[in-house]
Design a protein around this ligand. Structure first.
Ligand code: ZN
Length: 331
């Protein structure tokens, strides 16, 4: 079978190779991978992170069809369409016992601490699978990272109907889903992006980043936002913290433009602002997302074949990118 693999870090070392098809253990499922989402984590896995094993297969976000199940797997059968919850977790630590598998004390991210899903077949533990309805593969392959990250952040922020949510990077991988999910949860959504098509995802307003503070002020009558999502980091920090209202929550799960910022402590306590971190999501949340996934859309910039995985990673940080980059692997 074909797999995308590298022996040493670096995009130029990425190859498509022939390897043996994995054999599932008794608690595992063999999956034929159909589609993968391309995310910043995949870029970091290939270019800089300390990953194992080596040689290594990247791919943190993927969906496919069950081909074979181990003796102890009873919830799945060949032909089931599934997405993969991409956390390795022991199920026994205090985090796992409170359904926070993504924070498992003995865990990690699939594709970082194990091989990932950019291969025609992958063996994964049955407990990591979530069944999906008859949705498009590009939506399916956006659930485990993009949509789940957005959903968990909104849940963590305790979003309530009627809240004003401002989403920075609204046309990005997670931003697209933050907009849609916040709308479904009854919020009023202000999308910060130069891409007007975000309105098609349900954004009530689309504003440019350099006008965000003034526009959010106007749109909210000076009250500003209840929840601000900003995965962009350094470049947008001053603006995004500037649009948080009283008792509002600023929440991040990324640092695409850098991770060091200056925080004004008086700004925090005088308005009782919460600054929060979020990473991935829980298995329960991925199950919930799968159930509502028929209502989700994804704007795809370009879908590449498995042989063009390197071009797909190059495209991820291209200024011309206008939507998600996907990798079609099988069927
Ligand atoms: Zn654990």
């Amino acid at each position: 079978m074909k797999a995308v693999q590298f022996q040493e870090s670096g995009l130029s070392n990425l190859r498509v190779v022939e390897v043996e098809r994995p054999r599932p253990g008794s608690h595992d499922v063999l999956l034929q991978v159909v589609e993968a989402g391309v995310n910043p984590i995949d870029y970091y896995v290939v270019s800089s992170l300390n990953v194992r094993p080596m040689p290594h297969v990247p791919g943190a976000e993927f969906a496919g069809v069950v081909v074979e199940v181990g003796d102890h797997v009873s919830d799945f059968k060949p032909g089931d369409r599934v997405v993969v919850y991409n956390r390795v977790f022991d199920g026994s630590c205090d985090m796992c016992l409170s359904s926070m598998e993504h924070l498992c004390r003995n865990g990690g991210i699939m594709s970082v601490v194990t091989n990932g899903g950019w291969a025609e077949y992958v063996a994964v533990p049955g407990k990591n699978l979530v069944k999906i309805p008859g949705i498009g593969w590009e939506t399916a392959a956006s659930l485990p990272v993009s949509a789940l990250t957005a959903y968990h952040a909104l849940m963590s922020a305790g979003l309530r109907p009627g809240n004003v949510v401002v989403v920075f990077g609204a046309s990005g991988n997670t931003g697209q889903f933050a907009v849609q999910l916040a709308k479904m949860m009854g919020a009023e959504v202000i999308a910060v992006t130069g891409k007007d098509w975000v309105r098609e995802l349900g954004a009530d307003y689309v504003v440019a980043v350099n006008e965000a503070v003034g526009e959010v002020g106007k749109l909210t009558g000076g009250r500003m936002a209840d929840v601000v999502i900003d995965p962009l980091g350094q470049e947008t920090w001053a603006t995004s913290i500037g649009v948080v209202g009283r008792r509002g929550k600023w929440i991040t799960f990324g640092q695409l433009t850098g991770g060091e910022v200056t925080l004004s402590i008086p700004r925090l306590y005088s308005s009782e602002v919460w600054v929060m971190g979020s990473t991935g999501g829980t298995r329960k949340e991925l199950n919930e997302l799968a159930k509502l996934s028929h209502k989700l859309k994804v704007r795809v910039d370009k879908e590449y074949g498995i042989d063009d995985a390197r071009s797909a990673l190059d495209r991820l940080f291209s200024k011309q990118r206008n939507g998600r980059v996907m990798l079609r692997i099988g069927m």
